[in-house]
Structure formats: structure tokens, C-alpha cells
Design a binder for this molecule. Sequence first.
Ligand SMILES: [Zn+2]
Ligand SMILES: [Zn+2]
Ligand SMILES: [Zn+2]
Length: 164
Amino acid sequence: MNKFVLPEHPHCPHDHSQCVSDALSAAEQVCERAGARLTALRKRVLELVWQSHRPLGAYDLLETLAREDDRRPAPPTVYRALDFLQEQGLVHRIASLNAFIGCASPEHTHQGHFLICRNCRVAIELDQSLIHPAIAKVADQMDFSVEAETVEIAGLCSQCREAA
Ligand SMILES: [Zn+2]
Ligand SMILES: [Zn+2]
Ligand SMILES: [Zn+2]
């Protein structure tokens, strides 16, 4: 029987600084290709979203930015930066947590499909090929035109189950 090959579990010990630097260089490429400007603030916001594999709320983001700089950026500026990062596909919004998570493969436009641990809040983005075809097929059968297909699956990750 075929087992789904899941992306590397973010809980596994790894060099996270590598994730961050990969994400930032991918972001630069994506923006350059789109002719969009990755300003210092947009880049800093992206870096903060990437501080872990847990979705980060806009409020936490504002707090952190305020702590590192006396001239705290106005909330609308930060929200606009988040909008920009979403438009470029560099972050996904996790509606169930009202938070944002960095995308590891922003080169290809896609909607986010996530497994989200309700205990540690780690969010694992699934490969598009796992869920997208099923949605496309059923939408086609129902003659339904899909506009958004974000999938947020809640549960417990293996580490949190072991710890319980
Ligand atoms: Zn990482
Ligand atoms: Zn993604
Ligand atoms: Zn967990």
C-alpha cells in the first residue's frame, strides 16, 4: 500500500536558520520576477513570520516589531506588509488561528492545505498534489467554480500525542 509522503515534519530537529534563509532568498526571487519590491519592513515581517513553524498572529508580530524599534511601525503599515506577502504567495493566512505562516514553496501559486496541531500549534503544509485533485474533481462533478480552497485540518501531531 502506498503511504503518503509528507513533507519533513517541522518538529524533527533541523537547522531552522536554513529554513529562514531559504525562505528569504526565495522571496527575493519571487518579488524580482513579479517586479514587486521587497522593502526592509516587508522582509522583516516575513522573517518574523518564519521565526518558527507555528503560525504567528498579527498582534504578536506588532509586539515584536515594537520591541525592537522605538519608532514602532503603525499597525496599518504592518497589515499592508502582510497583505503584500500574501499576494506574493510568501505567507498563507490560517483563518482558524487568525495567524500567518511562511510558505516554503512560493514559486508556484497554490492555496494552503495544512495539518495544524491544536496543542503546539505547529502547522504542516501539505503538498498540493495530495488534496487539490480531490477538490478539483468534486467541484467539477458539482459544476462548482472554486475560488478558495484553503484546508485547515486540526488535530494532534505525533510529538504532542507521545507527550500526552
Ligand atoms: Zn525550520
Ligand atoms: Zn504554500
Ligand atoms: Zn503538536
